[in-house]
Every structure is written in structure tokens, then in C-alpha cells.
Design a protein around this ligand. Structure first.
Ligand code: GFB
Length: 348
């Protein structure tokens, strides 16, 4: 067992982005840690406003912070809204990290993304591949922001001795996902397409691109568990990859989702849509050495995500964009409601 170096028990723990898929999973997972969970809605604190973030932080004085707030979206949203993805993420993460430093937060975790790595990085991608080559153009804006976020954590550690760490999750899915077909990632899009085709007795579903790119998927509850594990056992400058260690082609994934959902028709391809990076399989050696491995298999995870979709536990955005202000994600069949002591601490 890895050594516990930071206990969350009895601590005031702020989850920034608690209404998003990742933040809500972290809130669920924190429920068994014996800590006080702090959250703030966007109406209470707009994380893009430095004055609001600093005022909230100095008033509420969290001991620990999970920075899971971000403007996120799939390949098309990333490519269509480069300014939003770069500006919103740069600003909100800088505000939270700097305010956490000023408020003497003991420990902070910044969550990034596997798209920080070069488009043609050697596979599986080790943490040291960072900045070794050019980025994938469809998501370089988001990637640049996430690289800046992890560098900011390193800088505050170097200059001010802050215990700020970074985790880089692979492609995530699960309850609380965004199922809007214009802005979502591939997993929720496939679940929705297959389900609607089944219900409407359509003969085919259409996927974007060639179907040959490979992606690695991790259920969001596994990701939350890994984040807590790292928060409690890891303290160093380098970021840590968080993945399952296995990938699958988009075409194979479409077949698997279709089977789980019960859609038996054909799969066609829209070659006018981008493929993105050909492959991004993370090396999870470091995480395994630190004593963590995933528990939710892909089939079980997809079934869980599908049930969450059926239960309406999804975030739909009618404007075709993801947003840093999320609808509250509910819990899924895999994970019972926690009724955790979520404390809202409105400003002033
Ligand atoms: O999940 P996704 O949007 O993002 O797409 P990325 C993954 C692959 O699935 C791409 C294909 O090759 C898509 O062309 N795909 C097939 C589809 N059908 C669909 C569909 O209906 N919807 C979507 N969305 N894709 C994102 C980055 O990249 O991954 C972000 O843009 C972030 O910055 C995130 O890093 C984790 O894996 O290509």
C-alpha cells in the first residue's frame, strides 16, 4: 500500500466544477472521506472573474482544492470555438490556482487532458513526452491551456513551495456526460445515436471520420478514485497520467456500443468530419507504480453510461457548446446516491 501523505479527513475540500461530469464524480467519491465538501455555483462565483474567485477563496478558506472546472467538448467543439477553449480555461485555472496560493491552500489538484501530448507521440505516451512535438490542430487551443495549467502548478511549487499537483486523464465517459451531438465527445454521441436509431427503427448510424483513430476510455468514477488516490499519496512536480492502459478503434467502439444498446443496423462514416489524432494511449506505468489501477471495465462502464443516459442523467447544451456552468449530474446505476454533505458557501 502506498504511504498516506495527505489525509482528506476533517478537511474543507473545494471542488471547482462540481456540476460537470468529473467534478460531480469527485464529489460522489469524496462522500466517504469524512471531509467537508465546498462547492460554489457559477451564479455565486464566475471562475473567469479574478475578483470573485479571490473573494470566495479568502472567505471560505478551503484546505484542499480539486480543480475540475473547465470548458470542455468533443473534437468539433474544440475546433469550432478555439478562443473560448483557450481563454476560458487559461483564465479560470489561473484564477483558481493563484487564489489557492494566496489563501494558503495546503494541497491542490489540477486536472488536464491527454491531448496535451504531441499528435505523433510514441505510444503508450509517457509523461516525459510533454512538449516533445507539435500538437493535434483540432484541440491545440485546449491543449495549450491545459499545459499552462500544469506548468502553473509546477511554478507555484518551485517558487512558493506549494503542494499543487496535476493529473492528466484520458478520454472520460460516464454519468453526467454531455449528450449533445454537436458538442459532445464520441462515447456519449455513440450511445445517443445507437439508442435513437434503435427506438426509431433506423437502418444505420453515421460516425464521424474514418473510424480508424484509436482512443483510450476511462469511466469517470474510476478517474475520480484515481484523483483522490493521488491527492492522498502523491506530491511531486511531474504530472501523472490517468488512464485504463487499453485503447480501441472508433469503429470497434461503435460496434461495442451498438451491441450494448441493442442497435443492430449498419454503421456509415461521414468523412467530412475530422479524425483528430490517430492514437493517444497513455502509459499508466507511473500510476500503477503509485498503487492505483482501474476497476470498471469498458463493457460494464458503457452499460452504466447508457443507463445514466436513459435516466436522463446527462447534460444537454442546446447552443452546441459545452459550458463551465453545468447542470447537476445525478448518480448512476453503478454508484448509489451519496447524499453527501455538500456545503454551498455563497459569497457574502
Ligand atoms: O471524443 P472526440 O470528440 O474527441 O472524438 P478527441 C474521438 C474520435 O471519435 C474522433 C470520432 O476521431 C472523432 O472523429 N467520432 C466518430 C466522433 N463519431 C463521432 C461523433 O458522433 N461525435 C464525436 N465527438 N466524435 C478530444 C479533444 O479529442 O478529446 C479534447 O478535442 C479533449 O481537447 C478530449 O482532449 C478528451 O479524442 O479526438
Amino acid at each position: 500500500m502506498p504511504e498516506l501523505i495527505y489525509s482528506l479527513a476533517g478537511k474543507r475540500v473545494y471542488v471547482a466544477g462540481h456540476r460537470g461530469m468529473v467534478g460531480s464524480a469527485i464529489v460522489r467519491r469524496l462522500a466517504s472521506e469524512g471531509c467537508e465538501i465546498l462547492t460554489a455555483t457559477r451564479a455565486e462565483v464566475d471562475l473567469r472573474r479574478q475578483d470573485q474567485v479571490e473573494a470566495w477563496m479568502s472567505e471560505n478558506r478551503p484546505d484542499a482544492v480539486f480543480l475540475a472546472a473547465a470548458r470542455v467538448g468533443g473534437i468539433l467543439a474544440n475546433a469550432t470555438y478555439p478562443a473560448d477553449f483557450l481563454y476560458d480555461n487559461l483564465v479560470l485555472q489561473a484564477n483558481v490556482i493563484h487564489a489557492a496560493h494566496r489563501a494558503n491552500v495546503e494541497k491542490l489538484m489540477f486536472l488536464g487532458s491527454s491531448c496535451i501530448y504531441p499528435k505523433f507521440a510514441d505510444q503508450p505516451i509517457v509523461e516525459d513526452s510533454l512538449l516533445a512535438g507539435s500538437l493535434e490542430p483540432t484541440n491545440e487551443w485546449y491543449a495549450i491551456a491545459k499545459i499552462a495549467g500544469l506548468k502553473l502548478c509546477q511554478a507555484y511549487r518551485k517558487q512558493h513551495g506549494r503542494d499543487f499537483i496535476s493529473a492528466m486523464p484520458t478520454n472520460l465517459y460516464g454519468p453526467g456526460d454531455n449528450f449533445d451531438l454537436g458538442s459532445s465527445h464520441v462515447m456519449p454521441a455513440l450511445i445517443r445515436k445507437a439508442h435513437e436509431a434503435k427506438i426509431n427503427r433506423q437502418q444505420e448510424i453515421c460516425i464521424w471520420g474514418t473510424g480508424t483513430p484509436r482512443r483510450e476510455f476511462l469511466h469517470v468514477d474510476d478517474c475520480a478514485d484515481a484523483c483522490l488516490h493521488l491527492m492522498k499519496t502523491y506530491s511531486a512536480e511531474s504530472h501523472v497520467n490517468v488512464g485504463s492502459g487499453e485503447d480501441i478503434s472508433i469503429l470497434e467502439l461503435t460496434r461495442l456500443v451498438s451491441k450494448i444498446v441493442g442497435f443492430k443496423g449498419k454503421i456509415t462514416r461521414d468523412l467530412g468530419k475530422p479524425d483528430g489524432t490517430p492514437r493517444k494511449l497513455l502509459s499508466v506505468d507511473k500510476l500503477r507504480t503509485l498503487g492505483w489501477s482501474p476497476k470498471i471495465g469498458l463493457k460494464e462502464g458503457i452499460a452504466d453510461a447508457y443507463h445514466a443516459f436513459l435516466d436522463g442523467h446527462c447534460l444537454e447544451r442546446s447552443n452546441g457548446q459545452s459550458d463551465i456552468s453545468f447542470e447537476r449530474a445525478k448518480t448512476s446505476a453503478l454508484h448509489a446516491p451519496t447524499h453527501s454533505p455538500v456545503a454551498h458557501h455563497p459569497r457574502g
